[in-house]
Design a protein around this ligand. Structure first.
Ligand code: SF4
Ligand code: SF4
Length: 195
């Protein structure tokens, strides 16, 4: 399951659509065929056809999804839906037979899953991107204090954690940084790190 919402703004982020925890309309102008259907359907007046180009005023958009419903080229899509835990479980359990036969489980990813504490999980693959607060802040928009605190909280609750280091060339791929992250893992009695 892919969760939407993340407090970090990593410079290498591959999923910027997960930054906001809210449902959002996305527009890909490259695949728009300028059929005009979205202009007519949008009651907010957020979409205009000007000089042969479709333009969207996101400050007017209320993310209702009506334009995405009529867009034949998929240039408009709604990203994100609100799900209750019961509804999530309902979806997950449709594949119960596969979990049973393979002995595997469900991966919760994102975004930042720990923002959604109600979704209990057995194993956390916990990203540590850097050990230096200043460098972490410069490259992700946030310091390391909360990340370290949350790691401690998980371990205090005896949750299973594997540290995951997304190796970014020139940012955290030097031996000293990796060693320091390894020491943090040991300090929290975590025996496994992934790269
Ligand atoms: S409905 Fe889709 S394809 Fe048609 S103008 Fe709007 S964005 Fe472009
Ligand atoms: S999502 Fe709704 S408000 Fe936003 S542009 Fe599309 S039709 Fe208009």
């Amino acid at each position: 399951m892919f969760f939407k919402g993340c407090p970090l703004r990593c410079k290498w982020c591959q999923n910027p659509e997960t930054h906001s925890p809210k449902r959002q309309m996305f527009f890909s102008p490259g695949v728009c065929i300028r059929c005009d259907a979205c202009v007519t359907i949008c009651k907010q007046g957020a979409i205009t056809l000007r000089n042969g180009k479709i333009e969207t005023d996101f400050s007017k958009c209320i993310n209702c999804g009506r334009c995405a419903d009529v867009c034949m080229s998929n240039a408009r899509k709604i990203c994100g839906e609100e799900y209750s835990i019961d509804r999530v479980l309902d979806v997950i359990l449709r594949d119960k037979i596969f979990y049973h036969c393979s002995g595997s489980g469900v991966t919760l990813s994102g975004g930042e899953v720990t923002l959604f504490a109600d979704f209990a999980t057995d194993l956390f693959l916990y990203d540590i991107k850097h050990i230096d607060d200043e460098k972490h802040r410069a490259f992700t928009g946030q310091g390391i204090e909360t990340i370290n605190d949350n790691l401690l909280k998980l371990r205090r609750k005896d949750k299973k954690v594997i540290i995951r280091i997304p190796l970014i060339p020139g940012f955290n791929d030097d031996i000293q940084t990796v060693k320091k992250i390894g020491r943090l893992a040991l300090k929290n009695s975590i025996k496994k790190c992934m790269y």
